[in-house]
Design a protein around this ligand. Structure first.
Ligand code: HEC
Ligand code: HEC
Ligand code: HEC
Ligand code: HEC
Ligand code: HEC
Length: 486
């Protein structure tokens, strides 16, 4: 019957009345929408379709934040409306009256329809937008280009590495839920440092927040897969007039396998695979100076090695020993800042015509090793240095082969841009590579023939053949190994 209302509790009418304001309604909408999205994400993840690290930051960090924000808005809006009503001198009856919504009135129906349609649209838009935002954040471009200066060295090196088609998140976050939450919290800290411009230059390595390598690398490189030797041919060029090449071919005993397979041995098996365990203590943050090493063999024997047994490590120090994993050798699997001499060797390998320019190797290396203020200035200076050198010291050649000189100068400049990043104080010296022993201590951090057991019975071996077998050494011609066999 129109005009009569059911008896009601004044308190609930009061609540509705207070809630009838923009802020509270907005809060209620935010809370409902974000709540709904959280449920959708949760269901989607349970379904197994969204195994994406960044869904986590969105579903469990951003959305709950909006949810709570909405929740906070609700009482604030109500409190403000109550104050306004009281100031206006509203009567008790007015304060406790429900807002009337009469769906017999066409305007009310229209408004209700519009509100319903807009809300539905919002849900769709917000949902789609967040899905794409999440998808976007997972891309290499997002990681490499969003924080442009900060990540430039790693991104540049990455783009021409064997992993240039592996997403940053595959190594830096990996699969599973707990690591994305951890990495996202760490990410928030990094965004903070970037915003305040208080990040380290260079970004410090080793990364202590890096997920254990075996959980990431072994998604693609699993233990039993490595066995046998790996053929490597090194092309090196001299600093003489013709940048004379010299080739060395060797079999690296990478090995792998396991005792169960009946094929176990080599570099990989010895240091990381489950049958053997090696842990160590380093005297410095960068793990360059290794002071104590321990080997636990498959039959349970434990052997410790040190250079100096006068001061054996204290038990509390031993508790911090690091178990060797992939990163203790492959610390630059993707972000390799090559030593200039090696980077120029690569240029000569891929552009043999550069050898027609006298002293190309010597001059390019000298220019790249120079000190410059910025990366752009360095690239320009390297280009100038080479052009000036040929114009002044080999004038006739520079005139006759102007194009080749220009190309050589451009390639050398590019090479500089690939390995030196003054803005981030990053280059090959700040980020040494542990594979090998030619430019950095690398394997010789332990295999220097001085790390021995206390009784001197065992020494970590340094014989060349422990790690590789030379097939050809310092040959002036490229070794055509297959031809030699045929
Ligand atoms: C193949 C695996 C892999 C991929 C792919 C990868 N990284 Fe790394 N990255 C590493 C490892 C391993 C380290 C740690 C080196 C250490 O701790 O010594 C590292 C270190 C870093 C560092 C610390 C600074 C440094 O140079 O050591 C940054 C920054 C970084 N990576 C950014 C990126 C970005 C951006 C991408 C994508 C464009 C990416 N990474 C892709 C493996 C990878
Ligand atoms: C998502 C897959 C994936 C992940 C994760 C991954 N890699 Fe790789 N890795 C590759 C592919 C693909 C290649 C290139 C193979 C080729 O070119 O033959 C490669 C090549 C390599 C090579 C050989 C490089 C060379 O010069 O030939 C090394 C060493 C390596 N990866 C180490 C690592 C390490 C260490 C990690 C962990 C930090 C890692 N990878 C993580 C896919 C992956
Ligand atoms: C003791 C040092 C050491 C450790 C630890 C180590 N590696 Fe290696 N790995 C090497 C060396 C040395 C090579 C050969 C490098 C070269 O090509 O010059 C190699 C080669 C590789 C290759 C290329 C193989 C091929 O035949 O092309 C892959 C892939 C690789 N390692 C993955 C891994 C992964 C994954 C881990 C961790 C589970 C790991 N390595 C741990 C030293 C190591
Ligand atoms: C943290 C110390 C450490 C580093 C770094 C290290 N190794 Fe080792 N390595 C050991 C220990 C310990 C042994 C076992 C020595 C023994 O048998 O007494 C070993 C054994 C080996 C063996 C087997 C030797 C044998 O008796 O057959 C090879 C091959 C090898 N390492 C290669 C490498 C290569 C290649 C690198 C660098 C990429 C490297 N190691 C880096 C500690 C290290
Ligand atoms: C503990 C293992 C180990 C021992 C011992 C070792 N090497 Fe190596 N060596 C390596 C590895 C790993 C590489 C490959 C580096 C790379 O991938 O760039 C290498 C590379 C080289 C190269 C090529 C360097 C280049 O970039 O042009 C030469 C030359 C070489 N070794 C000589 C020797 C000689 C000589 C000995 C003996 C005195 C020796 N090595 C002992 C692990 C070892």
């Amino acid at each position: 019957m129109p005009g009569t209302t059911e008896p009601r509790k004044p308190a609930s009418g009061r609540l509705f009345n207070y809630a009838n304001n923009g802020l509270t309604i907005a809060g209620a909408v935010l809370t409902t929408l974000s709540g709904l999205l959280i449920v959708i994400f949760l269901l989607a993840q349970l379904w197994g379709g969204l195994d994406n690290p960044y869904i986590g930051i969105f579903a469990y960090v951003v959305l709950p934040f909006i949810f709570v924000l909405g929740l906070i808005e609700i009482p604030i809006g109500m409190w403000r409306r109550r104050r306004t009503l009281q100031k206006r001198g509203a009567t008790e009856a007015e304060l406790t009256a429900f807002p009337t919504l009469d769906f017999n009135l066409p305007e009310v129906r229209r408004v209700a329809l519009v509100v319903f349609a807009l809300t539905a649209l919002n849900v769709v838009i917000l949902g789609a937008a967040s899905f794409f935002a999440v998808d976007e954040m997972e891309t290499v471009e997002f990681c490499g280009e969003t924080c442009h200066t900060v990540m430039q060295p790693e991104y540049t090196a990455y783009r021409d590495s064997p992993h240039s088609r592996v997403a940053c998140v595959d190594c830096h976050i990996g699969p599973g839920a707990s690591w994305f939450v951890r990495s996202k919290l760490d990410g928030l800290r990094q965004v903070w440092h970037t915003a305040l411009d208080t990040y380290h230059r260079p970004i410090e390595t080793p990364l202590h927040t890096l997920r254990p390598a075996r959980e990431t690398c072994e998604q693609c490189h699993w233990p039993n897969k490595h066995h046998g030797d790996k053929l490597r041919i090194f092309s090196r060029y001299g600093s003489d007039e013709t940048s004379t090449p010299s080739y060395t071919a060797m079999l690296l005993r990478t090995g792998g396998g396991s005792l169960d397979l009946g094929r176990a041995g080599g570099i990989h098996w010895w240091h990381i695979y489950s049958d053997n365990r090696i842990r160590y203590l380093a005297a410095d943050e960068s793990r360059e100076e290794i002071v104590w090493v321990e080997l636990t063999t498959p039959d349970g024997q434990v052997r410790s090695y040190a250079r100096d047994w006068a001061e054996p490590p204290a038990p509390e120090t031993l508790a911090q020993a690091r178990v060797m994993d992939c990163i203790d050798c492959h610390n630059r699997p993707t972000h390799t800042f090559h030593v200039p001499a090696k980077a120029v060797d690569w240029l000569l390998d891929t552009h043999p015509e550069l050898r027609e320019l006298p002293y190309f190797k010597r001059e390019a290396v000298a220019a790249i090793e120079g000190e410059y203020e910025t990366r752009a200035a360095g690239m320009a200076a390297v280009r100038d240095a080479l052009q000036t050198y040929y114009a002044s010291s080999h004038t006739e050649l520079a005139q006759a082969r102007g194009e080749l000189v220009a190309k050589a100068a451009a390639l050398a400049a590019q090479t500089y841009g690939r390995v030196v990043f003054p803005e981030m104080k990053t280059d090959w010296k700040t980020h040494p590579n542990h594979i090998g022993h030619d430019d950095f201590p690398g394997c010789m951090r332990c295999h220097d023939d001085e790390m021995s057991t206390a009784d001197g019975a065992h020494t970590i071996p340094m014989d060349c053949e422990t790690c590789h077998v030379f097939l050809v050494e310092d040959s002036p011609v490229y070794p055509e190994l297959a031809a030699a066999l045929g």
